[in-house]
Design a protein around this ligand. Structure first.
Ligand SMILES: NC(=O)C1=CN([C@@H]2O[C@H](COP(=O)(O)OP(=O)(O)OC[C@H]3O[C@@H](n4cnc5c(N)ncnc54)[C@H](O)[C@@H]3O)[C@@H](O)[C@H]2O)C=CC1
Ligand SMILES: Nc1nc(O)c(N)c(N[C@@H]2O[C@H](COP(=O)(O)O)[C@@H](O)[C@H]2O)n1
Length: 294
């Protein structure tokens, strides 16, 4: 069964029921294997999502204003970050607008031959926004800054911490001030880890978990014990910090992709997570009663 973009968006609707006015709605979304791997050992891109998951990702892309990625993902994958007809169909594409690519680039390493710039020049995508920690007046970066702007990029300086991570709250406020309402953060590993460590930033987390063990590569968690049954993972807390005992049942014998969807709500004294307990396809079942507060 292949889902349509409309069906995929319907599935995600509960995550977007709340109408935010004062701040950006932020969805973290990525794809991982059951052992927590999101890319190959040297950062090679791996196709983890199945067709249904890709339809969902592309429908989501076409329902947000911006897609945020880290600079290593840009350099390793040279992604397009567009919603595409292959997944959503021509009609859906024609009735939705493309998101703006947003890159977290602490040291302004953005390559001038990146696909994002080429696609912007040919109107196949929106011009990218780059957030950086460097100053335009710094001689070391001014030439690169100018060339990126000449190629169509918009560049803004935000605060940076001692680990070289840009201040994501500031990034979100900046995007909101430019009229964005919703964004999705796609990765990579370092950005995902930062986001999961600061839950206050997120309104929704949508994880595609492929029922497969990859074994070697870039991980966002300590690998789950392989002794854990593929049908009942009861120690899922590695992925979501203190979230304990979520039951996700996957049929690992069937090469279909499962889509646990986890909703976070801001505004609680402590963070509150809730699995959206619905079945996405024949082979993915999600515990419907899980609710954790911490
Ligand atoms: N399976 C999936 O869904 C996805 C997989 N990937 C994979 O992830 C890999 C790249 O991951 P990483 O090397 O970890 O790089 P990354 O793409 O997370 O970029 C990390 C860099 O971004 C910069 N940065 C600026 N602000 C930051 C912040 N607040 N938090 C974290 N980083 C910040 C820093 O320079 C940092 O070194 C790629 O190989 C790509 O294929 C990327 C996206 C999705
Ligand atoms: N949803 C999803 N599933 C996978 O299996 C993936 N490897 C990724 N990767 C992300 O998608 C970007 C590529 O985007 P384009 O197809 O070039 O638009 C890649 O950079 C990752 O962010 N995502």
């Amino acid at each position: 069964m292949t889902r349509t973009a409309e069906q995929a968006w319907d599935f995600l609707q509960p995550l977007y029921a709340e109408n935010l006015t004062d701040r950006l709605h932020v969805t973290l979304t990525y794809a991982q294997s059951m052992d927590g791997i999101i890319a190959g050992p040297q950062g090679q891109q791996i196709l983890i999502s199945g067709k249904d998951s890709m339809v969902m990702t592309h429908a989501l892309r076409l329902n947000v204003d911006g897609i945020i990625i880290g600079i290593n993902t840009l350099i390793n994958d040279s992604p397009r970050l567009t919603g595409r007809a292959d997944y959503v169909g021509e009609d859906y594409l024609a009735t939705h607008k493309q998101p703006t690519p947003v890159v977290l680039d602490t040291k302004l390493r953005f390559p001038l031959d990146a696909l994002l710039l080429k696609n912007a020049a040919t109107k196949q995508g929106k011009p990218p926004i780059i957030f950086t920690g460097v100053d335009q007046r710094d001689d070391k970066y001014s030439a690169q800054w100018r060339q990126l702007e000449d190629a169509g990029a918009h560049i803004y300086t935000v605060g940076v911490d001692t680990s070289g991570h840009l201040n994501l709250e500031e990034v979100c406020q900046n995007l909101k001030s430019r009229g964005m309402e919703r964004v999705m953060i796609e990765g990579g590993a370092s950005v995902i880890k930062t986001c999961l460590a600061s839950f206050g930033l997120l309104d929704a987390v949508v994880v595609t978990i492929a029922p497969t063990w990859i074994g070697n590569g870039i991980t966002i968690q300590n690998p789950l014990s392989k002794e854990v049954s593929c049908f009942e993972i009861s120690k899922y807390e590695d992925i979501f910090g203190k979230l304990t005992h979520s039951l996700v049942a996957l049929n690992a014998n069937v090469q279909q992709r499962a889509i646990p969807t986890i909703r976070s709500r801001r505004g609680y004294g402590s963070q509150h997570f809730e699995l959206v307990g619905r079945q996405y396809d024949e082979t993915s079942y999600i515990s419907s009663t899980l609710c954790q507060e911490f």
